[in-house]
Ligand binder design. Sequence first.
Ligand code: ADP
Length: 441
Amino acid sequence: MFGWWFSRNFVSPSAPTLVPMVLSALFASYLWLLLDVALGMRVLRWLSSGDTLQTPVAFGLWGEISDRVRRLARSRERAVQQRDDRFQDFLAAMQASPNGVVLLDADLRIEWCNQSAQSHFGLDGTRDLLQHFGNLVRDPGFAAYLATGDFKGDVLMPGRASTSAKPVRLSVHMHPYGESRTLLLSRDVTAVEQAEAMRRDFVANVSHEIRTPLTVLSGFVETLQSLNLNEEERARYLQLMALQAERMQSLVSDLLTLSRLEGSPLPSAQEWVSMEPIFEQCRHEASELSRVLWGQPQGLEFHIAPDITVAGSVVELHSALLNLIGNAVRYTPEGKNIYVRWQAQADGGAEFTVRDEGVGIAAEQIPRLTERFYRVDRSRSRETGGTGLGLAIVKHVTQRHGAELSISSLPGQGSTFTIRFPASRVCLPKPSGLANLTDAA
Ligand code: ADP
């Protein structure tokens, strides 16, 4: 068009027709170039804006280029997002760990630590970043561990919250990784250490308890073998030996009871135990014990409400009640009284109480009575055939039946031991009026 107009006005009609065509082509190319540059600039501006959501050109070569760039950018963004999500998941998992995790750089400065590490060492996750770990945790044992640089094993140290009343023990282990970096892991081992200490004490106590009667027994055996004793002396020695053997038997029997209580499933909540026969048996056994220990039965009074049943184990309930009644007999001098009561409670539960007028217990001793082998008066316990395990058994049985044990005592005046069974474990007799109505129905 432009070529035709130009040739009509500015080129003589005699000029060949090729000129307008060339001019037209040149002009068209120029226009194409202008358009192309404009589109290219637009794509360039779009790329520098960073917003690759919408393509700036929808057609032609630039349209194709920008569309491919947009798709590439989108897939990169997605990959980065996925990596970020994975990293956040990983951090969340490290935060959720009950163990402390601290990432240290080549100079042992804190790069990151989780919540548990913060409470183990008293760190602040933001304030203490890039602080040297050794400057913040100054336990001498840990300092020596750091100084040796030998991280094959762990080191034990007190936690930040540790006090003498409530000790906290940490196991800290450092693991070098990557380029001179270190991963520090901390674990609260207080419970493990306490369990281990208890196990050691228990083994030592059992060995001691068994060794004493064994030593006495072997002494008697030696005497019987080496001395020429008359019949009466022999009989007395044999009686003393039988007493020691009996002591060992009671100890082993109580140990077995304890281990059964710890290792067996909880007593059934569906088996209903009638309590009267148990009390009858306890009354018989307590009178017998009282006669053996004190020569004449003590004042033993039983007030047992009828028809109250408890869901649980007959053997365990009998063992707990007999231990408490037996203790009352053993720690109450002759001539004094013991009162045993079993009664319903207003809340639908039931309460067992044994009150004695015996030696009593000082207030500070009461919280420790249910510990294994804990005795207030060691010699009195031994003289009366105690093993030091009775109240530990009572505590286990009580807990296994969802019940509560409470102890109150005044030295010189006597003690009261109470077990409260919850309504869920107790079946009370129907009130007589109601019983008649149901019977009639
Ligand atoms: P033991 O076999 O020595 O009696 P227990 O576990 O039954 O062991 O009791 C722990 C300690 O509690 C006893 O050694 C005793 O000092 C004290 N104790 C338990 N019952 C009574 C009681 N009724 N009166 C006074 N002291 C008691």
